[in-house]
Design a protein around this ligand. Structure first.
Ligand code: F6P
Length: 344
């Protein structure tokens, strides 16, 4: 069998662990393993494909990023893109395609499955916002980086008696902010799911000051909407190839920091964690789950379970339809947000 692999969308730690987990059992069972470079871009035009040897997929477990490269190229938005993807898969003799990605990459996979292409998915996104799965590769590493940053910011905030605003990624959901904020002891977490006004942020900071807390750490999600921070779909903000606003360019962290300083007189600084949240070595948790879902994806591929993907539910690997995983965004539940509020 010829098993091809691609990684699409934003990279993150754990992708190589998943590639290894698909490729190693496949090679051990004498299948041919092929790598498509740079996500769907590798299947556009004449396309490109490279054979992956056992040697090529060794020594990559602990390495961040993706050895295959990635892109946000969307074949559905390119004239003739869908036909090129299907033609290239046929020309390369691919029996089954394993797509490792988030909602954008997997929505193309779901469409391919509808057309009868043998495709299997693997859940990956540091945003952790796919439905039907409790976990996505890259999320735990991102949360670990946010946690470490908050620990570091605590000591400097305390020394200077400052307010620290920490902007984190996560697109339209607040998973990274709420989990990172819980682990790092944030004094307030502002996420898209539960909007607050600048006045509420200011009141909270003033209440903390009255109670004797002379510094505060506020975690803000890049995707929040709040008066004074501009709308998400504001004119003039660049979009990526999938059509999403590049939220990092809104600068919500800096904007919120200057609103706070202006209204409270408290010295305030902003830190934007940006792509550090997607860089470096995966945590043990990401390596283990990437290995488990990667191996399960290989097994689904050889069983001919086209249009399916492994997901994590209740601490174990289950199987779901790709179409169901991308159907809606998984949002932070109220109880988690309220738990974080207990420690404000
Ligand atoms: O979807 C993952 C993610 O890291 C988002 O949290 C963030 O908004 C976006 O990607 C950034 O994308 P890019 O790397 O293309 O700037």
């Amino acid at each position: 069998m010829r098993v091809a692999l691609l990684t699409g969308g934003g990279d993150c730690p754990g992708l190589n662990a998943a590639i290894r987990a698909v490729a190693r059992p496949a090679l051990a069972a004498h299948h041919t393993v092929l790598g498509i470079p740079n996500g769907w871009a590798g299947l556009i035009g004449h396309g490109e494909i490279n054979e992956l040897t056992r040697r090529a997929v060794s020594g990559i477990l602990a390495v961040g990023g993706t050895m295959l490269g990635s892109s946000r190229t969307n074949p559905m938005k390119i004239e003739g893109g869908r036909e090129q993807v299907r033609a290239n898969l046929e020309r390369f003799g691919v029996d089954v395609l394993v797509t490792i990605g988030g909602d954008d990459t997997l929505s193309v996979a779901a469409w391919l499955a509808e057309q009868g292409t043998a495709v299997v998915g693997v859940p990956k996104t540091m945003d952790n916002d796919l439905s039907a799965t409790d976990y996505c590769i890259g999320f735990d590493s991102a949360v670990a980086i946010v946690t470490e940053a908050l620990d570091r910011l605590h000591t400097t905030a305390a020394s200077h008696h400052r307010v620290m605003v920490v902007e984190v990624m996560g697109r339209d959901t607040g998973w990274v902010a709420v989990m990172g904020g819980l682990a790092g002891g944030a004094d307030m977490i502002v996420i898209p799911e539960f909007p607050v006004s600048v006045a509420e942020v200011v009141d909270h900071l003033e209440a903390r000051r009255e109670q004797g807390s002379d510094f505060s750490i506020i975690v803000v999600s890049e995707g929040v909407e709040m008066e004074g921070l501009g709308r998400k779909d504001e004119e003039g903000i660049a979009r990526d190839a999938f059509g999403h606003v590049q939220l990092g360019r809104r600068g919500v962290g800096e904007r919120l920091a200057s609103l706070i300083e202006g209204r409270t007189g408290l010295e305030t600084r902003a830190t934007v964690l940006g792509h550090t949240q997607r860089g470096g070595s995966p945590t043990a948790y990401d390596r283990i789950w990437a290995t488990r879902v990667g191996d399960a994806a290989f097994r689904l591929a050889v069983e001919g379970a086209a249009g399916m993907m492994p997901v994590v539910r209740g601490g174990t690997v289950e199987t779901a339809r790709i179409a169901d995983v991308v159907r809606e965004q998984r949002r932070v539940p109220r109880e988690l947000y309220e738990l974080a509020q207990v420690f404000y």
